[in-house]
Design a protein around this ligand. Structure first.
Ligand SMILES: Nc1ncnc2c1ncn2[C@@H]1O[C@H](COP(=O)(O)OP(=O)(O)OP(=O)(O)O)[C@@H](O)[C@H]1O
Ligand SMILES: [Zn+2]
Length: 463
């Protein structure tokens, strides 16, 4: 099987055929940086990180572009509320997003353009649209003329122009030829930042930014455009309209992740129901949070519950437990060992992470059996399979990402625990069980769990 993905624009699963053989280009709508990220934003980041890793593992040279919207109404509102410049708000929250993506193991994008750095590209795109009769300047703004594109406008979101409501993006409706026309560019308003254009100073509309940045870095025709399903209309519909009306092929596949919800509502910065990443990584470790976000199929919605989060953490610990024990026996893991076919098939089938993780758990079960019977050869094979699968999902517990930053202290802790265990053994031999238990309790308070096995005591960090 080769990669097949669900394409929102055709509402069908299609085989992935790249624009250019051997290469894959992905544009993901990234953050609007008016607030720090919640777990819904990072779910989107994690889903597309898994896609990217899988495509790379499948042999594609991947260019991954994830933008930052660093100017918009909400950023301006926060800057007014706080009495600080808009770029201070944008910079602070962009850093929070970068930290969160890094903490959750999302590989850095190949390119991460910011909207305000691409005004010349946006001006060129507007000029092309005006020239072709698809856009017009009015009252300092520039609008897309939806009726000039009536046949195709609505194709992504599967709606007809006559059923659409007005685009709520201006204070002065009289500027528009049609209420459904949307703003490409917003004319100057008091107290707002501006950039010069041939039609006067102003600031970009959100939709225009993404069209300009996607084609600048990925070309007029590229492979995959992604984002959350909340962006299908109007954002992605308008991106298609702008780019295709200007003559660009634009994205060949549209992929949308489902929403992370809380109490049936979308988790949203604007609704104030955000669960922020720094708080969440106090509840579980970052890798466990990533497992929680990556495990459901990317198109399904997740109804947040702490119970499910803790279950996900426990499921991950089962995998991790095998990897840790097996790595104590096997020191050289074959990074080129083939992936189980069922795992590859699951990911090729529209990125089926639930089925892919079921394969991981199955291999872990076999691995535990092999460990118990001391079958080193089988342990080596199953450990390599497990780690290679986890690597594709960004969940390998032995990757540098998930090890404590800085030096690996395992040998040091090993030596210290050995001293403590010697003392515990001596206490037991002199039948001082209170002292022996106190040593175990102290280790446990430090997060070290000791287990007595036929081959002696072994320890594990449980927190
Ligand atoms: N609750 C969510 N679940 C999954 N993905 C989400 C969620 N909220 C936003 N996203 C996705 O995260 C990316 C960045 O979103 P963006 O910063 O534009 O959020 P937003 O919708 O403006 O903010 P919010 O809705 O939180 O106020 C987009 O691809 C968006 O679709
Ligand atoms: Zn976008």
């Amino acid at each position: 099987m080769s990669l097949h993905i669900y394409d929102t624009s055709t509402r069908a699963i299609r085989e992935f055929v790249p624009v250019e053989a051997g290469r894959a280009s992905i544009y993901l709508c990234g953050a609007t940086v008016q607030a720090p990220p919640h777990i819904g934003h990072i779910r989107s980041g994690v889903n597309f990180d898994v896609l990217r890793r899988w495509m790379a593992r499948s042999g594609y040279e991947v260019t991954f572009c994830r933008n930052v919207t660093d100017i918009d109404d909400k950023i301006i509102r926060v800057s007014a509320q706080e009495g600080v410049p808009w770029f201070v708000v944008a910079e602070r929250n962009q850093r929070a997003f970068t930290w969160a993506y890094d903490t959750l193991g999302c590989l850095p994008p190949t390119v991460e353009p910011r909207a305000t750095g691409h005004v010349p590209e946006m001006i060129t795109l507007m000029e092309r649209l005006i020239e072709r009769g698809h856009a017009y300047a009015s009252g300092g703004d520039v609008y897309f003329d939806v009726r000039s594109y009536a046949d195709r406008y609505g194709s992504l979101s599967n709606q007809k122009l006559e059923n659409m409501r007005a685009a709520a993006d201006t204070d002065d409706e009289s500027c528009k030829r049609d209420p459904r026309d949307f703003a490409l560019w917003k004319g100057e308003k008091p107290g707002e930042p501006t950039w010069p254009t041939p039609w006067g100073p102003g600031r970009p509309g959100w939709h225009l930014e993404c069209s300009a940045m996607a084609t600048k870095y990925l070309g007029p025709a590229f492979d995959i455009h992604g984002g959350g399903i909340d962006l299908i209309f109007p954002h992605h519909e308008n991106e298609i309209a702008q780019s295709q009306a200007a003559g660009d092929d634009f994205a060949h596949y549209w992929m949308h992740n489902g929403m992370l919800k809380i109490g049936a509502e979308k988790m949203s910065k604007s609704l104030g129901n955000s669960l922020l990443i720094p708080d969440m990584v106090q509840k579980v470790r970052p890798v466990e949070l990533r497992y929680y976000l990556a495990a459901p199929h990317y198109r399904s919605s997740i109804d947040y519950s702490e119970e499910a989060l803790l279950e996900a953490a426990a499921a991950y610990q089962r995998i991790e437990g095998f990897v840790t024990r097996a790595a104590e026996v096997i020191h050289d893991v074959d990074a080129d060992a083939p992936l189980p076919q069922a795992f590859a098939d699951a990911l090729d089938d529209d990125l089926g992470t639930p089925q892919a993780l079921a394969v991981v758990h199955e291999v872990v079960r076999e691995g535990n059996v092999a460990l118990a019977r001391g079958d080193k050869e089988a342990v080596a094979r199953l450990l390599a399979e497990t780690q290679n699968m986890l690597d594709v999902l960004g969940l390998d517990p032995r990757s540098p990402q998930w090890r404590t930053a800085g030096t690996d202290l395992t040998p040091v802790v090993d030596a210290l625990v050995a001293v403590a265990l010697e003392q515990r053994k001596a206490a037991r031999e002199r039948k001082d069980y209170a002292a022996a238990d106190a040593i175990r309790d102290q280790l446990s308070a430090a997060g070290i769990t000791v287990e007595d096995t036929p081959h002696g005591a072994r320890w594990e960090l449980t927190r």
